[in-house]
Design a binder for this molecule. Sequence first.
Ligand code: SAM
Length: 182
Amino acid sequence: MCNKYDWRVFVLRLGHRSERDKRITTHVLLVARAFGAHGAFYSGQRDEKVEASIRKVVESWGGPFSIEYVENWVKKIKEWKRNGGVVIHLTMYGLPLNEVIQEIRKSEKDKLIVVGGEKVPRIVYELSDWNVSITSQPHSEVGALSVFLHELYMGRELKKEFENAKIKVIPEAKGKKIIKIS
Ligand code: SAM
C-alpha cells in the first residue's frame, strides 16, 4: 500500500457549484481516491449526483474512500486542527512544493488537503499550516492535487491495492482487460 505512514489524508474541496463544477469536482474526488486519499469532504452546493457517482466507483473499484458534504467548512477545518490534524492548502500563491513537501511528509499528523474553486477566502490561507504551490502558475485543482499526492507518497500510490474491489484492470500493452474479483 502507498500508506506506510500512520497518518491519513483527506481532501476538502471548497465551493462546489452543482451546474458548473459537476465534472471538475468529480475529477477532484476521483483523483483523491485513486492517488491514495482516504476520503474527501466538499462544500458549496450539495450534489447528490456527484456523491452517488463516487460511491458507485468505490463500490466497484474498491476503497476505503468516504465522501461527505460539509456545509460549514471553516468549522470543519477548525475541528480538524482541534483533533490534532494539519491543513495544507494548495494555491498558486503558496510556497513551492519542493521547499515544504519533506516537512509535510514528516509531520506525523492526519492531513487535510484543501483545494479551491473560483475564489478562495483569505481565512483559508490563515487557518492552513502550509499554503503550497505546484508551480506559481494558474492551473487546476485536479492537476494540483494529483501532483501533490504523488509527491507526498513519493510515488507509492501508483501501486496502491484497493480493498473490496469487485473489478480490477489487468494492465496490458494494448488491450483493455478488466477482471471480476470473487
Ligand atoms: N487563483 C487560484 C489559486 O489560488 O490558486 C486559482 C484558482 S483554480 C481555478 C482552483 C484551485 O486550483 C485553486 O483554489 C487551487 O486549489 C488549485 N490550483 C490552481 N493552480 C494551482 C497552483 N499553481 N498550485 C496549487 N494549486 C493550484
